[in-house]
Ligand binder design. Structure first.
Ligand code: UDP
Length: 231
């Protein structure tokens, strides 16, 4: 059934926190794990990128040096991956965490060959630590890894169920797009992923599928053609 052989799924840090907005919400993570397990069992290779916003975002600190603030942010993404990887294992998946810098025995150093080796073994590969550089985001991290790993699509699991022409929280007439080009996203400054990541996806023609994480079975539906978000 798979139209997709390899996808990269982006979860924001806040998505892991459920209603608490901070730390981890186990029930939310288990739901994600069960959906990912179901698509891995259908033969789709799944890579995961997780943000760090449930702990820390470098750009929000006005006091400390931005490079150091971003280092904390990158470490937050690694904590999120260690947690989520263990939840994935608890439902029966095999996982491996790769980082762009050495983290001792906690993760393995990223290389394309190494990631391919794990994908071929049926493992879910966590791309933690973003790009490894400050002034970037996990949006840029997923764009970079999707391009390098030749993924068929980026799945962007969001708090809202797609891309709108204006903020549906502020404008009750906001319209959801079924399909929108990256050029239009750029033109209209639609809030999908950050600008650097948007340009990388456009230049490298990586499809983005945006959907609501809280919708029932949204990850499974997204790769099964029952897609109700924005392409
Ligand atoms: N970060 C970074 N470089 C990267 C990726 C992430 O410095 O390549 C840091 C940055 O401080 C960012 C934080 O990690 O604020 C968490 O990532 P992001 O804001 O993308 O998380 P999200 O908002 O998706 O939870």
């Amino acid at each position: 059934m798979a139209e997709y052989n390899r996808v990269l799924l982006k979860l924001s840090g806040e998505a892991l926190a459920g209603d608490k907005k901070h730390g981890f919400d186990e029930a939310t993570c288990i739901k994600v794990a069960e959906q990912v397990k179901s698509i891995v069992e259908k033969g789709i290779q799944v890579g995961i990128v997780i943000g760090g916003g449930n702990f820390w975002r470098g750009r929000t600190s006005e006091t400390i040096d931005r490079t150091k603030a971003d280092q904390i942010g990158m470490l937050a993404t690694i904590m999120n991956c260690i947690y989520t990887s263990e939840i994935f294992r608890s439902v029966g998946m095999k996982t491996q965490i790769l980082t762009p810098f050495e983290c001792g025995s906690m993760t393995k150093l990223f290389s394309k060959d190494r990631a391919n080796k794990y994908f071929e073994k049926g493992m879910v590969v966590f791309f933690a630590g973003g790009t490894g550089h400050p002034y970037f985001s996990t949006d840029t991290g997923i764009a970079l890894r999707a391009i390098e790993m030749e993924a068929d699509a980026i799945l962007l699991a969001k708090a809202i169920d797609g891309v709108y022409d204006s903020d549906p929280g502020k404008n009750s007439d906001a319209k959801k797009y079924d399909v929108v080009s990256i050029e239009e996203v750029l033109d209209k400054k639609l809030q999908v992923i950050d600008l650097t990541a948007t340009i990388m996806c456009m230049e490298n023609k990586i499809p983005l599928l945006v959907f609501g994480l809280n919708e029932e079975n949204s990850i499974i539906n997204t790769v099964s053609g029952v897609f109700t978000g924005t392409k």
